[in-house]
Ligand binder design. Structure first.
Ligand code: EPU
Length: 422
């Protein structure tokens, strides 16, 4: 179990290249199940979640090889064990998105129910509902979802909304299954996240017929088969947002290369509103903070709203604002494990149901803190960059799930982070 020692406060400068998106890569890796043969994906980041997903695909029968430049080849010619084991899916909930493609390809799938999660309840009822609508017979046995469609899936008009709006991986599952279903499927209330658009673009490159990409109404005309693909995944908008906040929280200027501002308008809008400059430049942007941080009211929402995956990091930034801010979490109402840890660093945060009142303080003070989930741990690292003294973040394996060697990315910019294995 590694820990980080983060010396602060620091100022950052220089440029950073944004990696390929974790949350686009994971469903696209699952999509290769649909197309027997060897697919080659580019810009797949080196993250522990990607390795875990690779293990899951290997257990199904796929052969994976890493090439140069973040390339990942997946040979899905043979899939002889359509089972997603508990040991893997419990470690990475995105494992659930092999369910739809396995069912479409093999007519049968057994995938473990994911189980508990640090960011709150994360049911998969909508995934199951959507696949049932396509004609799958699904039951639960010994903690596993057993799905069968011996005579194939049939296209249908499906409303896929849930209590919190659309579902990202639920949309991915039903979309992938529908590509090989007989006839036309309409997914209404589909997730519009750029990662789902990227998946749909990849599926179309494989030979699928999907229109409405990026909108809440996806129309899928089923095809008989899909072909292997060469595809480059989009840059990670959450990693980009985290580096933007790193520049803002340290009163610095950073250049981000390979980042799509169009995928991040809600975040850029909030940053500009609180006094951070974000200027588009070539295929990226320059982020600068020169004045004090103003307050903001933020509500997380499905895309194109403010992403829940940047809520914790933004809270660390607003902890230093001049006045009171309010952050309301509308996707995962319990995603606030970072609140108590940031308060250990002299932030003044008060949780009120699914909201946090952030009373700005003049400075953060280093403390030993514990990472609880991926984005919460990113918030602690950001706070550590700005805090006075040496912040010690334990359980950094959480951050390794979604940020590739973050200390090696931040240190050349001026951060002082050391990783210690204990
Ligand atoms: N929901 C249901 N039933 C379902 C599915 C979802 O009620 O069957 C609810 C969830 O409990 C939640 C809301 O719907 O309240 C939205 O959840 P969603 O299904 O969209 O989340 P997800 O697909 O499981 C992905 C990302 C998360 C990100 C969310 C929201 C991946 C691998 N994961 O999860 O990313 O927070 O969408 O944008 O794409 C992260 O990267 O740190 C992360 C947690």
């Amino acid at each position: 179990m590694d820990i980080f020692h983060i010396e602060g406060p620091v100022q950052l400068s220089g440029s950073v290249n944004i990696n390929g998106s974790k949350n686009a890569s994971l469903p696209i890796m699952a999509a290769t199940i649909l197309a027997p043969g060897k697919s080659t994906l580019r810009a797949v980041p080196y993250l522990s979640d990607i390795s875990v997903c690779g293990k899951l695909l290997s257990q199904l029968g796929c052969k994976l090889t890493r090439g140069q430049n973040d390339e990942l080849s997946i040979d899905s010619t043979v899939i002889d064990n359509p089972v997603g084991e508990y040991e893997i899916v419990r470690r990475m909930r995105a494992g659930i998105c092999i369910l739809g493609p396995l069912l479409a390809r093999c007519g049968r799938a057994e995938v473990s129910m994911p189980g508990g999660c640090a960011i709150g309840d994360r049911p998969v009822d909508i995934h199951i509902r959507g696949l049932r609508e396509l004609g799958a017979q699904i039951h639960l046995k010994n903690g596993y979802i057993i799905a069968e469609a011996p005579n194939g899936l049939k296209g249908k008009d499906i409303f896929l909304g849930g209590p919190f709006g659309s579902t990202v991986l639920g949309t991915a599952n039903v979309l992938m299954a529908a590509t090989l279903a007989k006839g036309q499927t309409i997914i209404e209330s589909a997730a519009c996240e750029p990662e789902i658009a990227d998946l749909a673009n990849c599926l179309n490159k494989m030979g699928a017929k999907i229109t409405g990409i990026g909108s809440p109404r996806l129309i899928i005309k089923g095809v008989k088969q899909l072909q292997p693909v060469e595809f480059e995944v989009i840059p990670d908008r959450i990693e980009a947002g985290t580096f933007m906040i790193a520049a803002a929280i340290t009163s610095s200027e950073l250049r981000l290369e390979n980042c799509r501002l169009n995928d991040m308008m809600a975040v850029v809008d909030r940053l500009r509103n609180i006094g951070v400059t974000v200027d588009a430049e070539n295929h990226g942007c320059v982020v600068t903070r020169k004045c004090s941080i103003k307050t903001a009211d933020i509500t997380t929402q499905p895309y194109p709203g403010f992403p829940t995956d940047l809520q914790a990091q933004f809270m660390a930034l607003l902890a230093l604002a001049e006045g009171n801010s309010v952050i309301i979490e509308k996707i995962f109402p319990d995603r606030f494990m970072h609140v108590a840890e940031l308060n250990r660093m002299a932030a003044n945060l008060r949780k009120e149901g699914p909201a946090v009142i952030v009373a700005g303080v003049k400075k953060l003070i280093a403390a030993p803190v514990m990472a609880s989930d991926l984005r919460a741990s990113a918030a602690l690292v950001l706070a550590g960059l700005a805090a006075e003294g040496t912040t010690i973040v334990s359980r950094v394996y959480h951050i390794d799930r979604g940020y590739e060697k973050i200390e090696e990315r931040l240190n050349p910019l001026g951060a002082k982070i050391t990783r210690q294995s204990i």
